[in-house]
Design a protein around this ligand. Structure first.
Ligand SMILES: Nc1nc2c(ncn2[C@@H]2O[C@H](COP(=O)(O)OP(=O)(O)O)[C@@H](O)[C@H]2O)c(=O)[nH]1
Ligand SMILES: [Mg+2]
Length: 286
């Protein structure tokens, strides 16, 4: 296989600004809710969050868990639980896990709640900020969590202008603006994995190359993932041969009858992103 040719750029200016804004917001909150993509838990985290969050309580949400494997979600939950980090798997488009999230937020802030109690402060809601790299579902989560009964508690003294607290219930308030983390682009695997799930602007990527890497990685864990979907035989074939076979099967051909590999790459990646190749976790807990 050729080396990957992904050349993904990030802009330090944005990064510096995002970091500054987040540091400001951190002063106002009790809990950092870090949203990651359940399919690429490692690549969708940025270790800088540890520094940024400092001593704040933490909760991790494995979002888009409807697209990752249930068994791998369970292993990631164990992985974080073993480090004493609260974690909930969810599909942020629905509200089905909201009670669990509130309970996990309370558990994560247990000590603070106890401390408040000793000081006679009862039932003060936990204040939380959602953070994560682009496209993990921060806005979706905030919107779902707000629901129809959203009570924006308005600008309060000490709140940076523009920021509002969304009262989820009596126990939890969310800052309406999420903190933007940036991916660890220095690691080429991270860039590639984020590209698989469609979190990186596709225009700057060689899709055919990306798709070949994708096929290779998927086949290592699911040897028949493509056979089933496209009714082809992958065994013994190189990734580019698999793409050609799919092109023929799906009549993705250019004029003259050659396989249209660019179109095939788009189709395969779209199928994966849409869950049509099945629930597949790209990164598993170790
Ligand atoms: N399948 C699935 N899609 C989701 C989920 N959460 C968010 N999305 C989709 O992921 C995309 C990015 O979500 P968004 O909230 O804009 O991400 P943000 O950049 O972190 O704010 C949108 O198309 C959402 O509909 C989820 O749990 N499951
Ligand atoms: Mg957003």
């Amino acid at each position: 296989m050729t080396d990957n040719k992904l050349n993904i750029q990030w802009y330090p200016g944005h990064m510096a600004k995002a970091r500054r804004l987040m540091q400001e917001d951190m002063k106002m909150i009790d809990l950092v809710i870090e949203i990651v993509d359940a399919r690429v838990v490692r690549s969708s985290r940025n270790p800088e969050i540890d520094k940024l969050a400092g001593q704040k309580s933490r909760l991790i949400l494995l979002n888009k868990s409807d697209l990752s494997e249930d068994s791998e979600n369970a292993r990631w939950i164990q992985y974080f639980a073993a480090q004493n980090i609260g974690v909930v798997a969810l599909d942020a488009r629905t509200r089905t896990q909201m009670k669990k999230v509130v309970a996990a937020a309370q558990e994560a802030c247990k000590e603070k709640i106890e401390r408040d109690k000793r000081r006679g402060i009862l039932n003060r809601p936990i204040r939380a900020m959602v953070v994560g790299i682009p496209n993990v579902g921060k806005s979706t989560f905030i919107n779902s969590f707000s629901g129809k009964t959203v009570a924006k508690t308005g600008n309060k003294p000490g709140v940076t202008k523009g920021n509002q607290w969304i009262r989820v219930d009596s126990k939890l308030e969310l800052l309406d603006t999420p903190g933007l983390l940036w991916p660890k682009f220095e690691d080429p695997v991270v860039g590639m994995h984020l590209a698989y799930i469609g979190s990186i602007n596709d225009d700057i990527i060689n899709k055919e190359e990306l798709c070949m890497h994708f096929i290779e990685e998927i086949l290592a864990r699911f040897p028949d993932a493509f056979d089933k979907r496209y009714e082809i035989q992958c065994e013994g074939k190189e990734p580019h041969e698999i793409m050609e076979a799919i092109a023929v099967k799906k009549a993705c051909l250019v004029k003259g009858g050659d396989p249209d590999l660019k179109r095939v790459a788009n189709m395969i990646l779209d199928d994966y992103r849409g869950g049509r190749l099945g629930k597949i976790s790209i990164e598993v807990a170790e």
